[in-house]
Design a protein around this ligand. Structure first.
Ligand SMILES: [Zn+2]
Ligand SMILES: [Zn+2]
Ligand SMILES: [Zn+2]
Length: 343
């Protein structure tokens, strides 16, 4: 595929998923003419009555109309139409980026971020998130649903309106896959959930617990990947966020308060952060080939991970659930081969 800046019209747009045969993680790569850069925003697409609004998928109603709603992502990474066409290529595996990509509007107000919202508003957003995850899991092709929020210019924030995003994929993102495998191995050895054991020890030692709120705890992990990394976990064992999120509104209020208070704490240290929910994969449609689905309700424990972005303190780290590389290796190699070098 030639890179010809002079004639962008003939440029082929083609992103696909490729599996790294060593780590078994999927990456999204291809030649994206926009280079993966956020598209410029004109009028806010997510304010109520926006002329540029995309299709609304579902909404949590309120007296004012809606309190949180889910919309089609204006430039989705995953598309619901089409066939994944998973195929081999020698030792390699590839498939099309079939799935779903939604924007969850956390609040109708453009200037009301999660940490400024009321616990009731955050609770509505959490309910919407749980509903969307459950709904997307009804599609038997979907293996995993990710919920994440990137905030701040150094965190890859895409929209100025208070939003999170959801991707539904036909594979489990690598970080979650590592956790699932580790959870299963621990369970095989000890017949206990590793996350429950971590929580029990942290609550006993109390040196890394930030705050407990009802059924939820915010803590700093023993081996943080970045400074001020924070996890929010339910005290009682539960593999699936969406089950808790839908069944117990009282629990949701405590979770909402803890999310709000924890983000406020983190924002005293730095503006930007990544937030990601880790919940169980699609066990409504268990995979026959993957054994961890059998014990998933016992050995996995949902949680929220918050990774603050400290430009000065974190020299190099990667926080990516799925790598996204908008230049394919084929194009990159062609360019590097033809590069003028000194000899
Ligand atoms: Zn807005
Ligand atoms: Zn547990
Ligand atoms: Zn996790």
């Amino acid at each position: 595929m030639p890179v010809d800046a002079a004639s962008p019209a003939v440029f082929t747009y083609y992103m696909e998923l490729r599996k790294d045969p060593i780590t078994r993680s999927w990456v999204m790569t291809g030649d994206d003419p926009a280079g993966g850069a956020p598209r410029p925003e004109t009028a806010c697409r997510f304010c109520p009555d926006s002329p540029e609004a995309t299709q609304v998928i579902s909404a949590i109603p309120s007296a004012a109309g809606w309190s949180a709603r889910s919309m089609v992502h204006p430039t989705p990474l995953y598309h619901i139409e089409g066939e994944p066409g998973r195929r081999g290529d020698g030792i390699y595996d590839r498939m099309s980026s079939v799935g779903a990509h939604e924007v969850l509007v956390e609040n109708p107000r453009h200037d009301r971020q999660l940490w400024q919202a009321s616990d009731d508003e955050i609770g509505m957003f959490l309910r919407l998130a749980a509903e969307r995850i459950l709904d997307l899991k009804r599609d038997p092709r979907i293996k995993y649903v990710s919920l994440y929020k990137d905030y701040g210019p150094n965190a890859g924030q895409e929209f100025s309106h208070p939003t999170s995003q959801i991707t539904a994929t036909m594979f489990v993102p690598r970080r979650v896959l590592y956790e699932l495998r580790a959870g299963r191995e621990y369970f095989v050895q000890k017949e206990r959930c590793v996350f429950c054991d971590i929580l029990a020890q942290e609550e006993r030692q109390a040196s890394r617990v930030i705050e407990g709120r009802g059924d939820y705890v915010a803590l700093g992990p023993y081996a943080p990947r970045v400074p001020y990394e924070t996890w929010i976990m339910p005290r009682n064992h539960e593999a699936s966020f969406e089950r808790t999120g839908l069944s117990k509104p009282g629990l949701r209020t405590n979770l909402a308060a803890l999310v709000r208070r924890t983000l406020q704490r983190i924002r005293t240290v730095t503006e930007g952060f990544h937030l990601v929910l880790h919940t169980s994969p699609n066990s409504l449609h268990p995979s026959k080939t993957l054994g961890y689905w059998k014990t998933i309700d016992e050995d996995y424990h949902w949680h929220i991970e918050i990774m603050p972005v400290l430009a000065a303190k974190a020299r190099s780290y990667t926080f990516k659930e799925v790598y996204y590389s908008p230049v394919s290796s084929e194009t990159a190699v062609k360019q590097l081969r033809e590069a003028k070098i000194d000899g």
